[in-house]
Design a protein around this ligand. Structure first.
Ligand SMILES: Cc1cc2nc3c(=O)[nH]c(=O)nc-3n(C[C@H](O)[C@H](O)[C@H](O)COP(=O)(O)O)c2cc1C
Ligand code: SF4
Length: 385
């Protein structure tokens, strides 16, 4: 395990480095990234969404298929392969978590498969995972980690889970002001609300734990979104965070599972290139304004006005509620699966490239996971020519 002066993170009985690599779909955090992070003693997270895209044999079976059941089945096979490969790479070090979005149609199956395939933790965002304790009841050794953004959400989940005699094994507090991908605010105009500030959420969560008669150390709080330096990590740990979660900085590492063009788009984006807009999943999202996104945003209002119920464009029906398929005018009007897959494969013109709002610790350099972890843990920067 790498060395650090920071307190280590304890989740269930595992002791790991206090850095979590956040789950990144589609395919951006698969076995190579998650396994490399865990191998060095931290928490690596596989994103469970549409992993068949990393497996040519599974794509050959489904690329032209509109058979939802078949697509779901091969995706579970892909998830199983990715978890096992990540665990092999980790070689017993760190933890391998799987991220499942609550908003995804096959959420319950992904959660069960993650447990079955040996994930150490299941991390659920993009919605309230109120039913996660029941879904995982047969796997008591798997850590359960919800991703929430404010004290209200944390209170709801805690109270509901306590009635089922279960506590989260950690909670990720993700800031909609800075994070990448889907954001935990209901509306675009809410993403910068002061109630999402880390200090406020940490303080009110500690208050809440006290009210509920729970010790502060019982549930580690992991902060995520816009964390770019060792010093900032120190300040957040001093406020009571038990660990930090990083997304964009890990997406651009050498071990990141996406195409090299994907990393360049994220690493080279300037602050004015990063936009927040409504996703098809009905949540605000943050990404790089690539040619496709710029064109889409120009015609978004028109598309939203004429939104109407239609068939899923690719027959996958990936989301429980899809703005495009279900004709929800206030949500996005594009197929997120198609656009994210273009990005994964490095199609700069047509892809949707999720990215956080802040600059990256090593500028536009693509460096190995080890250097990123070492920098956050010790403050020592690699020499970058
Ligand atoms: C390309 C990309 C894809 C992401 N996809 C997901 C996802 O599928 N599920 C999820 O819970 N979070 C997702 N995230 C959010 C990250 O896990 C992380 O919490 C967030 O990016 C932290 O903010 P940062 O990027 O400023 O470090 C994604 C982030 C990126 C950069
Ligand atoms: S149309 Fe909607 S439900 Fe169908 S694959 Fe695309 S994003 Fe998913």
């Amino acid at each position: 395990m790498l060395k650090t002066a920071f307190r280590l993170l304890k989740i269930k009985e595992k002791i790991v480095l206090p850095i979590v690599q956040g789950g990144m779909g589609i395919g951006v955090s698969a076995h190579r990234l998650a396994g490399s992070v865990a191998r060095l003693g931290a928490v690596g997270t596989i994103s469970s969404v549409d992993l068949r895209r990393h497996h040519p044999d599974l794509m050959a079976q489904t690329e032209r298929s509109r058979d939802k059941a078949l697509i779901n089945a091969v995706n579970l096979t892909a998830l199983d392969r990715e978890i096992r490969a990540a665990k092999t790479l980790a070689n017993g070090h760190g933890m391998i978590a799987v991220n499942v979005m609550r908003a995804v149609a096959d959420y319950a199956a992904y959660v069960r498969q993650s447990c079955e395939s040996g994930a150490d933790a299941v991390v659920v965002g993009a919605g309230l995972p109120l039913d996660l304790p029941e879904l995982t009841a047969n796997y008591p050794d798997v850590a359960l980690i919800p991703i929430l953004s404010d004290a209200r959400g944390i209170s709801l989940v805690l109270k509901k889970w306590m009635r089922k005699n279960r506590l989260p094994d950690a909670i990720v507090i993700e800031s909609p002001r800075y994070a990448a991908g889907h954001l935990g605010a209901a509306r675009l105009e809410d993403v910068s609300d002061p109630r999402f500030a880390f200090k406020a959420v940490l303080e009110s969560t500690f208050e809440l734990l006290k009210e509920l008669g729970l010790e502060r150390e019982k549930i580690p709080l992991i902060v995520a979104g816009g964390i770019t330096s060792h010093e900032q990590m120190g300040e957040l740990m001093a406020l009571g965070a038990s660990a930090i979660q990083l997304g964009t900085p890990f997406a651009v590492t050498q071990e990141g599972d996406a195409h090299p063009n994907f990393k360049t788009v994220l690493a080279e984006a300037r602050p004015e290139d990063i936009v927040t807009f409504m996703s098809v999943a009905g949540l605000p999202a943050r990404a790089v304004r690539t040619p496709w996104l710029a064109r889409y945003l120009e015609k978004e209002a028109k598309l939203q006005k004429k939104a109407g119920v239609k068939q899923c464009t690719v027959g996958f029906d990936c989301l429980q509620q899809c703005g495009l398929r279900d004709g929800i005018g206030k949500a996005g009007q594009f197929c997120i699966d198609t656009q994210l897959a273009f990005a994964l494969n490095g199609d700069v013109k047509r892809g949707l490239f999720f990215r956080g709002s802040e600059s990256l610790p090593f500028g536009n350099a693509i460096r190995p996971v080890r250097e990123l972890l070492e920098y956050f843990l010790t403050g020592l920067r690699p020499i970058i020519a």
